[in-house]
Design a binder for this molecule. Sequence first.
Ligand code: SAM
Length: 251
Amino acid sequence: MKVTILTIFPEFFDSPLKQSLLGKALARGSLGIELVDIRDYTADKHRTVDDAPFGGGTGMVMKVEPLYEALSAVTAGKDIPRRKIILTSAAGRKFNQRTAIEYSLLDHLVIICGRYKGVDARLHKFFDIEEVSIGDYVLNGGETAALAIVESVFRLLPGGIGKIDSAMSDSFIEEMLGCQVWTRPARFKGESVPAVMQGGDHARQERFRRFCALQMTMNRRPDLLRQTILDEDDRLMLQEIAAGKEFEDCY
Ligand code: SAM
């Protein structure tokens, strides 16, 4: 998969793209990231990317011409059916794990990082662009949003993280939160790791993880449970959780 990021601050990505698993995946070539400096597509000597808004008001607006030229260049001559162009925008469709899965199936994801008051709306007349928000708050620019999107998508790619099983047991994969986790020491300042997780009964541990994930979801994000696919066993566990029971009380 290839990701192209259009930005006026390509250096913003220098460190994050070198770190940890993402850095390794890029070095290995399992993911390709192309950074495009929007200023390279300006025509004036000041490399101007913004201008005052029509109709007055505060703040500047990203000019349409450099973005049009940059997008034309990155999409030119390459007929890639599974390509999507997104524009980071607080007013966009809310990005979530489902969107990450959807994007992980693409061959080419193009991300435009907005700045200032936003992008001249006419850009949408020339390209099929989806506006995407990473949450109900306003950032200074789309670079932070682009990084969040890239990192969540890359985790789902083959070879992205070491074990895909790990990504598949994360929160939101099944419209529910993931189970809590523990590591050594088994006892710390009087607090112990649950006994079941210290033993060797893998089937019971699997059951505990499910119970714990359902309990976390019911306590913290009950809204998710409306969409979770639940089997009979899950429903029974939810009844027990609602009755205030703990795993050890029931299994
Ligand atoms: N005037 C815009 C509004 O009211 O929605 C906010 C512009 S913001 C200062 C500058 C840029 O940051 C936006 O064009 C967008 O690219 C990016 N941005 C801000 N908040 C975002 C969010 N929650 N999700 C994605 N991108 C965001």
